[in-house]
Design a protein around this ligand. Sequence first.
Ligand code: G3P
Ligand code: CA
Length: 301
Amino acid sequence: MAIKRPLVIAHRGASAYLPEHTLAGKAMAHAMGADFLEQDVVATRDGALIVFHDLYLDDLTDVAHRFPGRARADGRHYCIDFDLSEIRQLALSERRRAGQDQLRYPGRFPASAGSFSIPTLDEEIRFIQGLNHSTGRSAGIYPEIKSPAWHREHGIDLAAQLLAELGRHGYAGAEDAAIVQCFDGEELRRVRNELGCQLRLIQLLEGGLPSSLELAAIRRYAEGIGPGLRLLVGTGLLKAAHAAGLQVHPWTLRADALPPGFGSLEELIDALCPEEPVDGLFTDFPDRVLVFMNQRFAALS
Ligand code: G3P
Ligand code: CA
């Protein structure tokens, strides 16, 4: 019996080659053949949903220069303190190390090249659906509800708004090409049980290794788990999660930031895909993961 190739999820786009969460990076990941394109979703002061990873704008934009005097006491400029019209004025560039000028990944796209901006979720979905239409190859979307408790403290029900936006774009059922992810288990349970979401749900995990009982509890509201690599390699979590009926989508495979003990991206993929492979992989390098995986799984079928 042929073993199914794990899904390749472009982590914030083709982030190894173009700045994260830019439409250019999403187009590149789409062209590379990624199965799903990820969106981290946060809200602005006026309640717009934008595709952006951090709660604050400092490490990816020129916010401090453009809006002097708007930082909080911790020195940071938070998305939730800016209206969409202001967010649109920001120049987005390659990620810098927190609070510093150096790039987080020096070998990636140069900070001074290109001209990018932060997309709204609506713009990004329309863009991806446009690519699906023009290329005839459909990539799915994979939005993450970022810090729902933080947003609630600021008067925004991020999960409800996100689901409404997905519904407007035709993503509502279990078979639709959208998977919703969140670290907050209570919120993801609410998404299923109170908000009635029928889309596939992935419980993101970091920190401690979940017990079999905890995995069984997750299975009551989610289709799978998204563990950090550290939780997965050599821990037995993959088998335990599969035994509980959960899919496993680990994060994040980066050729330029390998976990200790691995010499190459391909060696890492091999470790994650023994006879019983993971079901999906978040990666900044969708091209390399696809090439390797297509060869490996063609040989198995
Ligand atoms: O959502 C999967 C992975 O992206 C989780 O980590 O911090 O990159 O959103 P983060
Ligand atoms: Ca994410």
